[in-house]
Design a protein. Structure first.
Ligand code: ADP
Ligand code: MG
Length: 725
């Protein structure tokens, strides 16, 4: 399996396979599965191909005409392939191919072009299926179509695989099945060799399905073993117990809270309190709807750790958010958060803010407080991760809005404890169970499902600006009504503006480009332009300000403060307001060019206006037609406030690779067949099997094949996404 392809195939083919498809070994090639299967004699897939696609099609030749070219020497051959309903033209210059005759079957590959409104291939690569050929594959019912590249066509891959699989009888010996026999039998799975044969040379689609379900198992199990090993390793780490102590900061926090905790907050709180009390570090993911009150849960955990003599760090994704957390927590703690200051309570602690934009003197002081332990609660951004930030006794790391941080960053902060600290990761993006079991598979999960009662809730509507221009006026009128009633509003735009071609603030949840290439569309609306238009137009007379990522931290903080204090009535902003910003008096959000945002992002955004007792309103303004896929996606966002349902929708509209954080195709992530959307049950079963396999101290010692697969995943850059997710 580990034999380099260069020893089995021609050097040129092997080099191209390595460079263009990342296939190095026999194993890689065997695991390069067909993208789909074409069926000879069946209608060709021509109707589905799009101009610009690089595709391979299996089709039958209808007609061949050759004529001399008018302006040049040489001849032009036009070949029409396909069937009655969908056809495609192939164009060859000076081409002579004796076998290219009507009725011949062939595979044609190239980039689809267009000529006079008709799709065509100019100079396609082709491989004719010759019945005289000894190539019996062609006679099979299903022809595999592989992910191909410029120099490695689908049929070259097919031929190469045939070579590997061809040694009939011998192939089975070649392949070691890593899956323990007992697991295979229990789940009724094919042996590996049989599955590989069937996925590459199926006779029926049932063959393909059976093979795929076996091969998905390999992917799911190896992945879950990797994660289970991590959980196990983490569980064995020595940590420090931070037991709850009465009469300390935590009790003071509880006494100061202006509201009663929800049942969910209480339950999760108990869970955390118990885990902090153990001398194994906690690794927990807290997910909860936008506005479900995660911050207070985290604060209570931090207070417990401070009471036990340790320090707690809160890592926020933006300076705005870090500053807001610091402000909120200081306010809540009052004198207890100002120990060491004149009016502080010596029984309390210090709340220290550490961000990249601190002036030198302030930074020095913050660093000193962190290092000597007088800062019990340290709040900051990435700056916390830097060298030179040394904690006296870091007991708990809280990561807010995890999707902005990678595992590496979590680990960088963890490494700042003398012993591994407890870790709490909070995310407002509800995570489908499968993603929780994969991307966050090394964390235990708690969920806050309930919103604090007395919330007004948000109602959302789509405003189709092109179809119903009148609705846009109505949107501004609604905004004015709310402001007149004493409320505040956000207007969110995808871009900052002013600079030519500046990029969207946040490409995070960028929606798929289903409405055609971006270049065809007008540039996204920009904060600076929209603010100007609103000031002199529909929102004239209102106190309006802007907030975006190009402002200095001081400017941002000032803008946020003014808005929080109600001095600013309308804040025109980029997605910097997406995460965690908390101004309960804000009740309206107008999202411009809403189609430019991802589903989860929109859900996050509108969470900004459901935070007080007043009902919130979110208006999604878009040029997209109501009936387009984009329009429908927005309608779906408007129709439900169930974050879990939306997370699923988000998963559907994004590619798997994006979710897993892999920049490249599934090949790189080690996941080719497994679908996070469809294989939930399989992933859950594999997780249970993986946990069981690793339950004893022998680990994988009895399963060397599996151990090798796990090691391969870990050493491979394919595991990158595990780190970067
Ligand atoms: P998120 O989970 O989105 O981070 P926050 O922690 O920012 O939500 O909380 C949202 C708002 O709800 C804050 O203003 C917070 O003070 C308030 N809040 C939190 N818990 C409760 C509760 N139990 N009852 C009432 N309001 C609460
Ligand atoms: Mg939050």
């Amino acid at each position: 399996m580990q034999t380099p392809l260069a020893r089995v195939l021609g050097p040129k083919t092997a080099t191209s396979m390595s460079e263009q498809l990342g296939l190095e070994t026999v194993r890689d090639l065997l695991r390069h599965y067909p993208r789909r299967y074409a069926r000879r004699g069946e209608q060709a897939d021509l109707a589905d191909v799009q101009v610009g696609d690089r595709v391979t099609v299996l089709a039958q030749v209808r007609s061949v005409t050759t004529r001399p070219m008018r302006n040049r020497r040489g001849s032009l051959t036009e070949v029409v392939v396909g069937d009655g309903s969908s056809r495609m033209k192939l164009v060859f210059f000076n081409h002579r191919h004796a076998q290219l005759k009507p009725d011949a079957w062939g595979m044609f590959a190239g980039t689809v072009g267009e000529w006079r409104g008709e799709k065509q291939f100019a100079h396609p690569d082709m491989h004719l299926l010759d019945s005289a050929d000894d190539d019996t594959d062609w006679a099979r019912a299903l022809v595999p179509i592989y992910p191909a590249s410029k120099d490695v066509s689908s049929w070259v891959i097919q031929k190469s695989l045939k070579l590997l699989l061809g040694a009939t009888g011998g192939f089975g010996e070649l392949v070691d099945d890593p899956l323990p026999e007992e697991i295979r039998a229990r789940h009724g799975l094919l042996p590996l060799a049989a599955a590989l044969l069937d996925i590459h040379r199926p006779t029926t689609m049932e063959d393909v399905e059976r093979a795929a379900s076996r091969l998905k198992w390999d992917e799911a199990l190896v992945l879950q073993l990797t994660l289970a090993a991590r959980r196990r390793a983490a569980a064995l780490e020595p940590g420090i117990a931070r037991p709850r102590r009465a009469g300390g900061l935590l009790d003071a926090v509880d006494a100061a809270l202006p509201f009663a905790l929800t049942e969910g907050q209480r339950e999760v709180g108990e869970e955390l309190a118990a885990e902090l009390d153990r001398d194994q570090p906690m690794h927990r993911l807290l997910q909860g709807e936008v506005g479900s009150g995660k911050t207070v849960v985290a604060l209570r955990a931090m207070a417990q750790v401070v009471d036990a003599g340790g320090q707690a760090a809160l890592l926020a994704p933006t300076e705005v958010l870090a500053a807001q957390h610091a402000r909120g927590i200081r306010q809540l703690l009052g004198p207890l958060g100002r120990a060491g200051e004149l009016d502080g309570d010596p029984a309390g602690t210090r709340v220290t803010l550490l961000t990249g934009s601190l002036k030198a003197a302030a930074k020095r002081q913050a660093l000193a407080e962190v290092a000597d332990g007088s800062a019990g609660i340290v709040i900051g951004t990435h700056a916390l991760l830097q060298q030179g930030v040394d904690f006296a006794d870091l007991g708990l790391v809280v990561v807010d809005e995890q999707h902005r941080f990678g595992v590496e960053q979590r680990d960088a902060l963890r490494a700042k404890g003398t012993r591994p600290p407890h870790v709490l990761v909070m995310t407002a993006t509800p995570i489908p169970r499968t993603v929780a079991m994969t991307v966050y598979g090394d964390l235990e999960t708690s969920t806050l499902r309930q919103l604090p009662s007395g919330r007004g809730g948000v109602s959302s509507s789509v405003v189709p600006a092109v179809e119903k221009p009148g609705w846009v006026d109505r949107a501004w009128a609604r905004l004015r009504e709310e402001v007149a009633a004493g409320r505040q509003a956000y207007v969110v735009c995808p871009r900052i503006g002013d600079l030519p071609g500046d990029e969207p603030e946040d490409a995070d949840g960028a929606p798929p480009e289903e409405d055609g290439p971006r270049s065809d569309r007008r540039p996204p609306l920009a904060v600076l332009d929209v603010a100007e238009l609103l000031r002199s137009g529909p929102l004239a007379g209102l106190r309006l300000d802007v907030l975006h990522g190009r402002m200095t931290p001081e400017e941002k903080d000032a803008a946020m403060r003014a808005f929080a204090a109600g001095e600013t009535e309308v804040l025109v902003a980029t997605t910097v307001v997406e995460v965690g910003v908390d101004v309960p008096n804000a009740t309206v959000m107008v999202v411009m060019d809403a189609d430019r945002f991802g589903v989860s992002q929109l859900h996050q955004l509108r969470g900004r206006v459901a935070r007080g007792k007043h009902a919130g309103l979110c208006l999604l303004v878009t040029d997209a037609p109501t009936s387009s896929p984009t329009g429908q996606r927005l309608a779906a966002v408007a129709a439900t406030s169930d974050g879990f349902e939306l997370a699923r929708l988000d998963l559907e509209t994004r590619r798997e690779g994006d979710v897993l954080g892999a920049a490249q195709s599934g090949t790189r992530s080690g996941i080719r067949l497994l679908s996070l959307l469809e294989d939930e049950e399989l992933i859950a079963t594999a997780r249970a099997e993986a946990t069981a396999l690793l339950a004893t101290d022998r680990g994988l010692a009895d399963h060397p094949g599996l151990a090798a697969e796990v090691a391969a995943l870990a050493s491979d850059d394919r595991a990158d996404w595990l780190e970067k997710a």
